[in-house]
Design a protein around this ligand. Structure first.
Ligand code: NAD
Length: 260
């Protein structure tokens, strides 16, 4: 098992990618602190892990509230004595087109996707640095790599990449690694609002993916597990797209050119 004796703290662990990561981490031997603003979702994740014989603790926390984040880390350490791996996964997207986005939506979206990484990392880092080891995995997005709309979300996800690189440089010499995953489209509840407007949105999107499908939460969880584990002991500051090939090139353009 690849996370034996590790303690993993996952934000946004009550749904989607966070839940899949929590479940896979537990299956690989980790004890898992499952944090979410939605404690019902976190408890359900914990129940699923317990049913499979794993060990997990649900924690209610809003990752844009500094006091709540500090309490979250204290609760995780009280339950499992330390945090070896922090997965900054909580996130959500609101707002498209800067001409219509209001200031409150901008501020809130940037906070959930970027300030949260600063707050959670700041709360966990001192104990990691004290022990001289730790791994932080941040969940960005392909929206943070190129222009795909959703401006506040995309700008925050791009900022997350730079923040991770700075953490890798600053804390690598003291044994802490920090890496980013940039997922493409993954079928999770984050898409529910758009699916209710257009039930076929996934079919439209999958045509953009060289590997011919959108992602599953498990596709991302497996990459998180790798970067979190000691298998990635010499990897820090990396940005790993897990995106079915979306960022590899201009797939549709290449097809159109090939057809000429
Ligand atoms: P999801 O909606 O299924 O899960 C997100 C979880 O984060 C939810 O449980 C939600 O309650 C929690 N959360 C949101 N705001 C929070 C806050 N302020 N404090 C604490 N918890 C909060 O979505 P998902 O698809 O699993 O998304 C997980 C991460 O992956 C997000 O950062 C998202 O931006 C990123 N991502 C998702 C996709 C995709 O297509 N699903 C693509 C690229 C990146």
């Amino acid at each position: 098992m690849r996370l034996t004796d590790k303690v993993v703290l996952i934000t946004g662990g009550g749904s989607g990618i966070g839940r899949a990561t929590a479940e896979l981490s537990a299956a690989e031997g980790a004890r898992v602190a499952v944090a979410d603003r939605d404690v019902t979702g976190a408890r359900e994740t914990v129940a699923r892990i317990a049913k499979d014989g794993g060990e997990a603790e649900a924690i209610q926390a809003d990752v844009i509230d500094g006091a709540a984040v500090r309490a979250m880390v204290e609760q995780a350490i009280a339950a499992f004595s330390r945090v070896d791996v922090l997965v900054n996964n909580a996130g959500r997207s609101e707002g498209n087109d800067i001409l219509t986005i209001d200031e409150a939506t901008w501020d809130d979206t940037v906070a959930v996707n970027l300030k949260s990484v600063y707050l959670c990392s700041k709360a966990v880092l001192p104990s990691m640095l004290e022990r001289g080891s730790g791994s932080i995995v941040n969940i960005s997005s392909v929206n943070g790599l190129t222009g795909l709309g959703e401006e506040p979300y995309a700008a925050a996800k791009a900022g997350m990449i730079n923040l991770t690189q700075n953490m890798a440089v600053a804390y690598g010499p003291r044994g802490v690694r920090a890496n980013v995953i940039a997922p493409g489209t993954v079928r999770t509840p984050i898409w529910n609002a758009r699916l209710s407007k257009n039930p076929n949105v996934m079919d439209t999107l999958k045509a953009w993916y060289p590997l011919g499908r959108v992602g599953l939460p498990e596709d991302i969880a497996r990459a998180v597990l790798f970067l979190a584990s000691d298998e990635a002991a010499w990897i820090t500051g990396a940005v790993l797209p897990v995106d079915g090939g979306l960022m590899a090139g201009r797939y549709r353009m290449a097809q159109d050119l090939g057809a000429e």
